[in-house]
Design a protein around this ligand. Structure first.
Ligand code: MLT
Length: 409
């Protein structure tokens, strides 16, 4: 029999969202008449912006001509997209990034999963708790952790609790680590890390030769005066990598386009003690394992920066943000304690009546026919909390709030 990767065998549970789908599927089979409202996985529902659709159509038509046909593109992405990204996502906020520091990809899930490959197999890491499970599971798969304890926590990972007491902003690690994953606006808590906190992280990372892996996939939902990028913080170019995505920004969950920014100054060290450029290793990895995202998709992504695209994207963000506002208001009126949801498409709530996260999940599913995400699926400190996504159609969101309010207790 073929030998398996023992590290995969350490994985404590199935991946969160398929597990939710499995449970919801069982419920739907047993209750075929139930009208389920799904506010679990953060998946967009509004149709693709017309500027994006048009740009993708045009790109296909272009490729159907002898002059316009394209085969393999650059694995890091076409220059037109990388330039549009630096102008619109960074220069517009006073952040200098060179287009060559941007690597287009097919998703932030893949990027945040793959980045660990270029670090030592015994590199140490810290994650927040609760946390987007991809950061943890991919390090388990790579053999960077020991086994899981009964609470699902893996040995050799430093978990940084995010609790109501610390306003869901984690303390710095107690011991030096090589890598720390931060996500802001946070999935799942919906909390944004303010500038002074981010500065603290950057100063710590520089003092400890650590690298911050900064997931900003939800930055477009920030409406208050808060940092959108870690590169708005002094010194971040020497200690950070940033992940951005078109998925939630522009409805690309099914189209697939994202990018990573790796500054040229960022260095790591080999076991021989010599420094090397992190970007150089990422390029090497990308060139070996990836042939880039398709030309029509990159043209579609570029279109979100056109005048029309910008308006369309903003209208969709406003729509989801208004949903989040309705969820916050409705749940507060119903007596639930809520967090996030202002600069993020996720509302994090404390489960009522001492129910644990999965008990509340079952209660909402069975009584209100509403699907959310149990907080414990994001880590031990998520226990007793629950996440609702604002990515739903307005009437469904309103109906869900109504049903939740009527079916509490
Ligand atoms: C979520 O619901 O947490 C996200 O949709 C998952 C993802 O983006 O992979």
């Amino acid at each position: 029999m073929a030998r398996l990767n023992d590290h995969y065998l350490k994985l404590a549970a199935g991946y969160l969202f398929p597990e939710i789908s499995r449970r919801v599927g069982e419920f739907a089979d047993a209750n075929p008449k139930a009208n389920l409202i799904k506010l679990g996985i953060g998946d967009v529902v509004l149709p693709l912006a017309s500027s994006v659709r048009q740009a993708m159509h045009d790109a296909i038509d272009e490729m159907a001509t002898a002059e316009g046909f394209r085969g393999y593109g650059p694995s890091e992405g076409y220059d037109f997209l990388r330039e549009a990204i630096v102008q619109n996502d960074f220069a517009s906020r006073g952040v200098q990034i060179d287009p060559s520091e941007v690597y287009a990809s097919d998703g932030s899930k893949c990027d945040s999963a793959n980045i660990q490959e270029i670090f030592a197999t015994d590199a140490t890491l810290a994650v927040t708790d609760p946390v987007y499970p991809v950061y943890v599971d991919t390090n388990v798969m790579a053999g960077r952790t020991g086994g899981a304890d009964s609470g699902g926590r893996y040995a050799r990972i430093e978990y940084l609790p995010c609790t109501e007491e610390n306003s869901f902003l984690p303390a710095l690690p107690e011991r030096p680590v090589d890598l720390v994953y931060l996500c802001s606006p946070n999935n799942p808590t919906g909390v944004v890390t303010p500038r002074d906190e981010l500065q603290k992280w950057v100063d710590w990372a520089r003092a400890n030769d650590a690298i911050i892996l900064f997931d900003a996939a939800y930055e477009r939902f920030i409406s208050e005066d808060l940092p959108h990028s870690i590169f708005e913080i002094d010194g971040a170019r020497e200690c950070a990598i940033e992940f951005r995505s078109f998925s939630k920004t522009a409805g690309f969950t099914g189209i697939r386009c994202a990018y990573i920014v790796i500054p040229e100054e960022l260095k790591g060290r080999g076991s021989n003690g010599e420094q090397a450029s992190v970007a150089q290793l990422w390029r090497r990895r990308t060139n070996t394992k990836f042939n880039g995202i398709s030309y029509p998709v990159q043209r579609g992504a570029e279109a979100i920066y056109s005048e029309e695209g910008r308006k369309e994207v903003q209208a969709n963000i406003d729509y989801y943000t208004a949903n989040a506002g309705l969820i916050l208001e409705g749940l507060s009126k119903a007596g639930l304690k809520t967090f996030g949801g202002v600069n993020a498409p996720y509302v994090w709530l404390k489960t009522p009546d001492g129910l644990d996260s999965w008990q509340f999940f079952d209660q909402l599913l069975e009584r209100a026919n509403v699907v959310g995400t149990p907080g414990s699926g994001f880590g031990a400190h998520g226990e007793g909390y629950f996440r609702l996504s604002a990515f739903g159609l307005r009437e469904q969101v309103e109906e869900a709030i109504d049903r939740i309010a009527k079916n509490l207790g």
